[in-house]
Design a protein. Structure first.
Length: 154
């Protein structure tokens, strides 16, 4: 795994990869997540709220759009802080962090939106990288640290 600082977030090249976004909205020590139904390896596990980046759309714009589509909660681009990009051979996931009113979120798709104390997120009930992405997300959002790009090699 290679970790390198990424200062110009919107300049990340897609290189023909399928791009996704995932966001974590915090309030105090709680976070909003989605209980996944698909793909099969994520079924019944928690993940960040998000989805596909559409052609011609920036990851930040996709985060705003996807969050609204899945939660009914309106945000604007200045509310989201990009903190990490995980990439594989043909995919990239752009992660974002924000704070907001969790009580205003609702489930608007067939995948349930849940609000959990951060302490209840485990490797057994979430996709494995959430156990380190969520603490990283919360700390980077507070500190306004640099964004990181992570290349996973298998």
């Amino acid at each position: 795994m290679v970790v390198e600082p990424q200062l110009d977030y919107e300049a990340i090249a897609t290189n023909g990869k399928t791009n996704y976004v995932a966001g974590f909205l915090f309030e105090g020590d709680r976070v909003a997540l989605v209980r996944k139904k698909r793909p099969a390896w994520q079924k019944n596990r928690y993940n960040g709220i998000g989805g596909h980046v559409e052609p011609g759309e920036s990851p930040l714009s996709a985060m705003v759009r996807e969050f609204y589509e899945e939660t009914g909660y309106r945000t604007v681009s200045t509310q989201w802080w990009p903190f990490c990009v995980l990439s594989g051979e043909d995919w990239s996931v752009h992660f974002f962090s924000s704070y907001g009113r969790l009580s205003e979120l609702k489930t608007t798709t067939d995948e349930e939106i849940v609000v959990l104390p951060i302490s209840e997120i485990t490797i057994e009930n979430s996709i494995p990288n959430l156990t380190w992405l969520i603490p990283m997300s919360k700390s980077i959002f507070i500190e306004r640290a640099h964004t990181f790009r992570v290349q996973e090699e298998y």
